[in-house]
Design a protein around this ligand. Structure first.
Ligand code: HEM
Length: 220
């Protein structure tokens, strides 16, 4: 079977699992998001089963894909800045400083699409109602107005803000959970990294979300 066929087969299987869950939750509500969507939507806003499937897949993807990419990106930065492995082990640098700087300089989510609501002009660029625009998180995160030497990985920089979790009304609802989860993972991982070295640098791919796709390490 080709990779595309496996992916298609898996997505059909996943869709069936979610559709079965929707049927179950319609009969008997649980303490979960699908039950919440079914039982809290009002008459005029009832979502179809396929809309609930799309929403569930969206949340599942939003919750899983960027997180493993950030972890891989942190490993990437550790191997390029090996002194930080020891600094974290000796508690002279927090895992959160590594995490937030990795999120800034290598954000996993690259593009945030938006459709323009009204004709407008932003920084001299005329936009028409209905135009599609893509906000580029990596570009904002390297804005030299905010970050000194923006292309340098520096977990000790003073200004630690970044836009990797989005901003405003649609900002990531999983940001705090992710920060906790990844800090725990990094605390466990950092001493393990000392036992391995990179054979070849990882390859990065994808456009919408970006992260290391393959890592070749060997025990030292
Ligand atoms: C490193 C991990 C993550 C990153 C970098 C990330 C990034 C983002 C970004 C940039 C947005 C804004 C999208 C937009 O404005 O259109 C967003 C929204 C969202 N994220 Fe995350 N996310 C992460 C983890 C998670 C997790 C773990 C969950 C769920 C537990 C989650 C659930 C969501 C949801 C539901 C939204 C949509 C919020 C809304 O539209 O009101 N994300 N995320």
């Amino acid at each position: 079977m080709f990779t595309e066929d496996i992916a298609l087969f898996a997505s059909e299987e996943l869709e069936k699992v979610i559709l079965d869950l929707i049927d179950e939750r319609k009969k008997c509500a649980g303490d979960d998001i699908i039950s919440f969507i079914i039982h809290n939507s009002n008459e005029s806003e009832i979502l179809s089963d396929s809309e609930i499937v799309a929403l569930s897949l969206n949340i599942l993807l939003a919750a899983s894909e960027p997180v493993d990419k950030v972890l891989a990106n942190c490993i990437y930065h550790f191997y390029r800045n090996e002194s930080y492995i020891d600094l974290v082990i000796s508690n002279d640098c927090s895992t959160n400083s590594i995490l937030q700087e990795s999120l800034r300089i290598t954000p996993p989510v690259h593009l945030i699409p938006r459709q323009v609501e009204d004709d407008s002009c932003v920084e001299g660029v005329n936009l028409k109602k209905g135009d599609l625009i893509f906000s580029l998180i990596p570009s904002a995160n390297r804005d030299e107005k905010y970050f000194e030497h923006p292309n340098t990985f520096n977990p000790r920089r003073e200004f630690k803000g970044h836009l990797s979790y989005g901003v405003g009304i649609n900002a990531c609802i999983g940001a705090q959970f992710t920060n906790i989860q990844l800090n725990i993972a990094l605390q466990k991982l950092v001493s393990i990294l000392k036992n391995y070295k990179e054979i070849t640098p990882p390859t990065f791919s994808e456009i919408y979300t970006l992260g290391a796709t393959q890592y070749n390490l060997e025990r030292v």
